[in-house]
Design a protein around this ligand. Structure first.
Ligand SMILES: [Zn+2]
Length: 310
């Protein structure tokens, strides 16, 4: 049973918008592609677990935890009756070599050994649980989900799960005679309550409203070439139709995400969406969804504490 969903990090969501609307440097673009690829790998592993894992267990997708000022991430954590299974998910593609505790992109480009990351996460998780009086065995693995991934030389004793071994892994997990206990639920509740929203490791470039490309982006293909006709907008690239009101709300959520400290005004949204002729029309749409605040100094929209998510 899934007890915590996976959502893209704030960093990834912002980079996605900046990629479409800004001018990212080559380094930031690469960082964005890496994050996106990692996230897609995690979703792929989620689908496998959702479809194939059948026993009584609690699945927590994506945890960011803090232990003694050290923040660490867990891609997937599953609580069984007898133990916790921790997964680090990697979406590496191509040929890699393992040599003497080092990891190389074939033939010689050295990368961080994901095993070290996993060991660190396992140690910190154990300490964290123990600090809360919770004791449970922990087993961990690194899952390489990309079908195009090959690893040479890895000793069979290493906690690596190669793409061809994933089905066997899930079958093995399914053979556990697991029954959820109070302890399982306590651990899940505690970990979810300790989940941190923002990562201190986020790397975002500086950006400003004036620098970013304006216009509504297509919900489907993300092109910023949209025409408005009546109550709908149409994508000039893929032809997708969306209700104008929905598209404006979606675009406003982008603004909230990008500029969480700014007061969101009608004219700001009007400029952001670009293709709508009147500010009154934008205002009418926003009033349906957000609370309009107007006083002597300011007129702006207030959005509830639920944040920029959907
Ligand atoms: Zn489109």
């Amino acid at each position: 049973m899934e007890v915590k969903k996976r959502t893209p990090s704030r960093e990834l969501q912002i980079l996605e918008i900046l990629y479409l609307r800004g001018n990212l440097s080559e380094e930031v673009r690469q960082h964005y592609f890496n994050l996106k690829k990692g996230y897609e790998g995690e979703l792929l592993f989620d689908r496998i677990l959702d479809n194939q894992l059948q026993n009584d267990c609690l699945i927590i997708k994506d945890l960011l935890l803090k232990m003694n000022n050290t923040t660490f991430q867990i891609d997937t954590l599953i609580i069984f009756q007898e133990f916790i299974k921790l997964f680090e998910v990697k979406n590496f593609e191509g040929e890699y070599t393992y040599d003497n505790d080092n990891f190389y992109k074939y033939p010689k480009y050295k990368i961080t050994n994901p095993e070290h990351q996993l060991d660190r996460a396992e140690t910190l998780l154990r300490q964290l649980l123990s600090n809360h009086g919770l004791h449970h065995a922990i087993k961990s693995s690194i899952v390489f989900v990309n079908p195009e991934f090959t690893l040479y030389n890895a000793p069979a004793t290493k906690p690596f799960v190669l793409p061809s071994q994933i089905n066997t892994l899930v079958k093995k997990l399914n053979t556990n005679q697991s029954k959820l206990t109070n302890l399982s639920k306590l651990i899940a509740d505690k970990l979810i309550s300790l989940h941190q929203k923002d990562s201190p490791y986020s790397k975002l470039p500086t950006y400003s409203f004036s620098q970013l490309k304006k216009g509504i982006n297509c919900k489907s293909c993300h092109s910023i070439s949209i025409s408005v006709q009546g109550h709908y907008c149409y994508c000039n690239t893929c032809g997708k139709r969306e209700k104008l009101a929905d598209a404006v709300i979606r675009s406003t959520r982008e603004l909230i995400l990008l500029f969480p400290k700014e007061k969101i005004t009608t004219s700001m949204v009007h400029e952001w969406c670009e293709c709508i002729s009147s500010t009154q029309r934008v205002q009418r749409i926003l009033m349906k969804k957000f609370k309009f605040i107007s006083n002597k100094r300011w007129s702006y929209f207030e959005y509830s504490g639920s944040g920029p998510g959907k």
